[in-house]
Write a protein that binds this ligand. Structure first.
Ligand SMILES: [Zn+2]
Ligand SMILES: [Zn+2]
Length: 375
């Protein structure tokens, strides 16, 4: 959508035609378009025009009613856009002063930076956080999610400037999928050079983790039941892929054989399936670390024998969302890596903003790692 900034007096911003956000009222309802004729920016706020949003798996879980959501809600938290107006001097993560026209991505969470959780470097759990695409829409912050022509970025949002050359499909998933992949590998807590890494699940997150770990020098083996995703994993750097349908013991033997190791020092679980969690922990070598990322909605309890963790001196960590610096690293990674790995191909279909319900159906089908919504 082409928009023209017609006035910017003080902190009131008027965009013509009016910004539009798609509002979701709960499972079984269709989105409704909501026009937002005027936006009042605080001194740390930024109005951004969305170039492309992508549908995250958590958006799908929400509309299917698999997770709690505060409605009415503007969904969407993965997107790339352009600065339209700033409420005052606002800087990007790299210290650059933001001005209209800059192409940017932004964090999923708005954090305060001073509460106990922010101080503990857990900004994604900030006690005063606001979350794009997750918070109930309310007067004064209607443009609160990515399924909209514009988003109002609040003070405390980590904003990262991105390059002009890579397609929007490369950068749109940065704020959630790519930044989470960075955080997950960080949580493994070791130098990945020459390290054998098992990744269970070859969706958007698994493929991204595979490419980042491969770039860091790891030998990555990917486990996924879908042959098309296994072949895609090879294009994202996996040295081998295995099919969990072969049986847990058998497919882990194949994975170890492919990596030439007795066990994996690092396993990243991104499928969210109990079988994937069992495999990730079962595949570890002595002293290994399993990072669980995929279990984002309520699932079955695990049946892990604690003796395996104790005698194996294993570490099991959970990672959810990411911190501001993870987003900066995600953009730094994508800026070079999009030419080496087919990130632009992961957005398999695009829909107009009015067709966001159809986009969510397409995303739920699992046919593509990501589906795009283009205003
Ligand atoms: Zn997400
Ligand atoms: Zn905080």
């Amino acid at each position: 959508m082409h928009t023209t900034l017609t006035a910017h007096v003080g902190k009131d911003v008027f965009v013509r035609p009016s910004p539009v956000a798609m509002v979701w009222q709960g499972p079984g309802t269709r989105h409704q378009a909501m026009a937002v004729p005027g936006v009042t920016l605080g001194s740390g706020d930024v109005l951004v025009e969305v170039e492309l949003a992508t549908v995250c798996g958590s958006d799908v879980h929400t509309v299917l009613g698999h997770r709690e959501a505060a409605t009415p809600l503007v969904l969407g938290h993965e997107q790339v856009g352009r600065v339209v107006a700033v409420g005052g001097p606002v800087t990007a993560m790299d210290g650059t002063l933001l001005v209209a026209g800059m192409r940017v991505v932004w964090s999923v969470v708005v954090s305060c930076g001073v509460c106990d959780r922010c101080s503990a470097d857990l900004q994604q759990t900030c006690r005063r956080r606001a979350t794009y695409g997750h918070d109930r829409v309310h007067r004064g912050w209607e443009l609160s999610g990515g399924f909209a022509t514009h988003v109002e970025l609040l003070e405390g949002t980590a904003i990262v400037i991105v390059g002009e050359t890579p397609p929007a499909a490369v950068f749109a998933p940065a704020s959630c999928a790519t930044a989470t992949a960075i955080a997950a590998l960080d949580a493994a807590g070791r130098d990945l050079t020459g390290t054998a890494v098992l990744v269970t699940g070859a969706g958007m997150l698994g493929l991204t983790v595979t490419a980042i770990a491969t770039d860091a020098g790891a030998r990555v083996v990917v486990s996924d039941p879908d042959p098309a995703r296994r072949s895609l994993a090879g294009r994202f750097g996996a040295v081998a892929t295995v099919d969990p349908a072969a049986g847990e013991a058998e497919h882990l033997d194949l994975a170890r054989l492919a990596a030439g190791v007795e066990g994996f020092p690092v396993a990243l679980e991104v499928s969210g399936e109990v079988s994937g969690i069992d495999a990730a922990i079962g595949a570890l070598s002595i002293g290994g670390t399993a990072v669980l990322v995929g279990s984002e909605s309520p699932g079955a309890p695990l049946g892990i024998d604690a003796e395996r963790i104790v005698r194996g001196l294993l570490t099991v960590r959970g990672v959810h969302d990411s911190r501001p610096r993870d987003l900066q690293r995600a953009v730094d990674f994508l800026t070079g890596a999009w030419r080496r790995y087919p990130f632009a191909e992961l957005v398999g279909a695009e829909f107009a903003l009015d067709d966001v319900d159809e986009a969510l159906v397409a995303a739920a089908s699992g046919a593509f790692p990501r589906v795009g919504v283009r205003p």
